[in-house]
Design a protein. Structure first.
Length: 73
């Protein structure tokens, strides 16, 4: 599975955080969640953290999709 890419975040004046993916808004965090996100993004891989917080990470069907008749070779 390729590493997540294309995520950016912006911290706003009201201490909210807006996460974007490929230029489109993917999520907005406020209050304690925004503070927790900022701590985590500085201590780990920022792209991976943003993918996880937006829900765009390992949907759980990767292995099942490989076995689907449409995807068989």
């Amino acid at each position: 599975m390729p590493r997540p890419q294309g995520f950016t975040f912006e911290r706003r004046a009201d201490d909210s955080v807006v996460i974007t993916h490929a230029g489109r808004a993917a999520g907005t965090l406020r209050g304690a969640r925004a503070a927790r996100f900022l701590d985590e993004v500085q201590s780990g891989d920022a792209q991976l953290v943003m993918a996880r917080w937006t829900g765009n990470y390992k949907h759980g069907n990767e292995r099942a999709a490989r076995a689907h008749p449409r995807n068989r070779g």
